[in-house]
Design a protein around this ligand. Structure first.
Ligand code: SF4
Length: 181
């Protein structure tokens, strides 16, 4: 049975997922080596069996992100934080340090891009995930086994990391895969 990989995007922009796909023709090699399970790539919504490697894009900005991350930790033998948003909160964490009420005011009531909200409604339907007072990195919520830096991490780094983990080796990133200029 092939090892299984699952991926998710929490508070991220899907750029890290694009970088996974950016391994170009090696994606065919990857498809030979593994089976993708729950992931936006497959659109599979539920884990079908225990997962060997879980890849997490994005940090946690709402209650749903926290639930999803904990679910991944529970179901994945190895959990990898992919990209700066997962590692440190990234761009969404720029709101950390600003009161949540001020963020809602800017987003829905008085910000320069708010034009059509004539009734001045701030969404608060109980069905919606609860926005957290700040954005959390993944390792603040669950134990993370490996961290892949970059915004997004280079495709080479993702490939090197996945092949190492699939072969039971430690990740030893090459200098080139960690060089961002
Ligand atoms: S690390 Fe960069 S590319 Fe990845 S989700 Fe965050 S902003 Fe997007």
């Amino acid at each position: 049975m092939k090892p299984k990989i699952a991926t998710t995007s929490l508070a991220g922009c899907f750029g890290c997922h694009m970088s996974i796909l950016d391994i170009d023709e090696k994606i065919l090699d990857l498809a030979d080596l593994v089976e993708f399970d729950k992931s936006p790539i497959t659109d599979i919504k539920k884990f079908t069996r225990p997962i060997d490697i879980g890849l997490i894009e994005g940090g946690c900005c709402n209650s749903e992100n926290i639930e999803t991350l904990k679910e991944f930790r529970k179901n994945c033998k190895i959990l990898v934080a992919v990209g700066e948003c997962a590692l440190m909160g990234g761009v969404p964490a720029m709101r950390n340090g600003i009161e949540i009420e001020e963020c809602f005011d800017e987003a829905y009531l008085s910000g320069p891009t708010v034009k059509l909200n004539h009734e001045k409604i701030v969404p608060d339907d109980p069905e919606l995930p609860k926005i957290l007072p700040r954005v959390y990195s993944c390792n603040e919520i669950v134990e993370i086994d490996y961290f892949l830096p970059g915004c997004p991490p280079r495709a080479d780094l993702i490939w090197e990391a996945l092949t190492a983990l699939l072969q039971g080796r430690e990740i030893e990133p090459s200098y080139e895969s960690l060089k961002f200029d």
